[in-house]
Design a protein around this ligand. Structure first.
Ligand code: DC
Length: 218
């Protein structure tokens, strides 16, 4: 069994940024499970599947294979053999992933992949249900959150930097909707595991969050 660190929390809390830095500092492999849901979301978008049509989504899962690999230590997502890593981080893909991740067939499709990675390797894995569902016996569990305002502002700055046109209000609305969906779905909703450490990064710098989390890890 590998040494396992689980980081869960809402969209935009900085999980991936922080987890990557902790992975580097501690020599763990970073596993981004949201990217796996996004990989499947690309499959649904390509096929024109309606995310509200649970049967159609379940059916479409049958001809999708998501696998992961690493190039220079960076996680790559393959959808039916095609590297789709560069296509994952758009709002359209994120929304499709948020909607379809509530469907049992979608979650089951990715469960074994996530568990087998943690079994073989020392990992820091981020997502929504890692501490509560995927790795209930993780060595360290962190629930990383921040206020909606902080998360929206971070996302806004990130998009502006990329030169994308966006509105802070739209982003805040999107984050609230995604929180609502991720936290109220029937299976594996986002919640803090009882034995997880709560880290609210609203008023913390990135190095402060990394140090705080590293202090709990081996
Ligand atoms: O972390 P992210 O924004 O890349 O995740 C995209 C969506 O995938 C998110 O809205 C909810 C879903 N997700 C999930 O249900 N369970 C996970 N472990 C990770 C992500």
């Amino acid at each position: 069994m590998g040494y396992n660190v689980a980081i869960d929390g809402p969209a935009g809390a900085g999980k991936s940024t922080i987890a990557k830095l902790v992975a580097k500092e501690k020599g763990y492999i970073y596993v981004d499970t949201g990217a796996m849901y996004r990989g499947l979301a690309i499959h649904f978008l390509k096929k024109g599947v309606d995310p509200e049509d649970k049967k159609a989504v379940a059916e479409a899962c049958k001809d999708a294979e998501v696998t992961i690999g690493y190039e220079n230590g960076i996680q790559q997502i393959y959808l039916n053999g095609e590297n789709v890593t560069g296509m994952l981080r758009t709002e359209e893909v994120g929304n499709m992933a948020s909607k379809t991740s509530a469907i049992p067939e979608v979650r089951n499709k990715l469960l074994d992949l996530q568990r087998s990675l943690a079994k073989e390797k020392d990992v820091i894995m981020d997502g929504r249900d890692i501490g509560t569902n995927i790795l209930p016996d993780a060595d360290v569990k962190i629930y990383l959150t921040a206020s909606v305002e902080t998360r929206a502002k971070r996302r806004f700055d990130e998009l502006k930097e990329k030169g994308e046109d966006c509105s802070l209000e739209e982003i805040s609305k999107d984050i609230r909707e995604r929180d609502e969906r991720d936290m109220t779905r029937e299976i594996a909703p986002l919640r803090k595991a009882e034995d997880a450490v709560l880290v609210d990064s609203s008023n913390m710098t990135i190095p402060e969050v990394v140090d705080a989390i590293c202090s709990y890890c081996r």
